[in-house]
Design a protein around this ligand. Sequence first.
Ligand SMILES: Cc1cc2nc3c(=O)[nH]c(=O)nc-3n(C[C@H](O)[C@H](O)[C@H](O)COP(=O)(O)O)c2cc1C
Length: 190
Amino acid sequence: MKHPVNLFSEWMDDAVREQIHEPAEMVLATTSKDGKPSARMILLKEYNEDGFVFYTNYNSRKGEEIMLNPQVALLLYWPEIERQIRIEGRAERISGELSDEYFSTRPVGSQVSAIISPQSQVIPGMDYLEKLKRHYIEHNPGENKRPQNWGGYRVLPEVIEFWQAGPNRLHHRLRYTRDEKAWKTELLAP
Ligand SMILES: Cc1cc2nc3c(=O)[nH]c(=O)nc-3n(C[C@H](O)[C@H](O)[C@H](O)COP(=O)(O)O)c2cc1C
């Protein structure tokens, strides 16, 4: 049996080959402490057998929710090739070193925005952000340091479902479930 991350990788390669617009865009769903779900788009930056990595502000709404309940869901959908991938698992912060590494590769403008933006907080207006940005730039010439509240999460997958559209809505659904160290596969009715 193929490891689900190998199948994920094949599907991602297909998406790139088919020139899907931004194939790494995905939905991240989290829940509040009283179980209310919320979802938003994010970018998949890296994946391997350990999991799926994205970057964000740890103090954002999603960051707060992950702290209370690390169980999250990811969803990728590529309409042009009629495929969807659903991932469920636990999110954990990656190391500061890995986040530093990625932060240093980002364009300077994006670094500054990540530093000054109190993501998910209510702000009085966009000029407030401009002011924060000007103030930061005036007082911090030179290299931008990753703020402690910004970094990566790795989602350690427990369930991954590969969905391929079929004729007459008889879609093909292959679900991988992690059981301790091994993965099992099952087909699901569409
Ligand atoms: C296509 C797309 C990609 C995005 N990628 C990211 C991302 O990688 N990280 C991030 O923090 N926000 C990203 N965003 C913004 C989020 O959707 C969201 O607005 C933000 O993270 C705040 O979410 P929260 O308040 O639920 O924490 C992206 C938005 C879009 C539309």
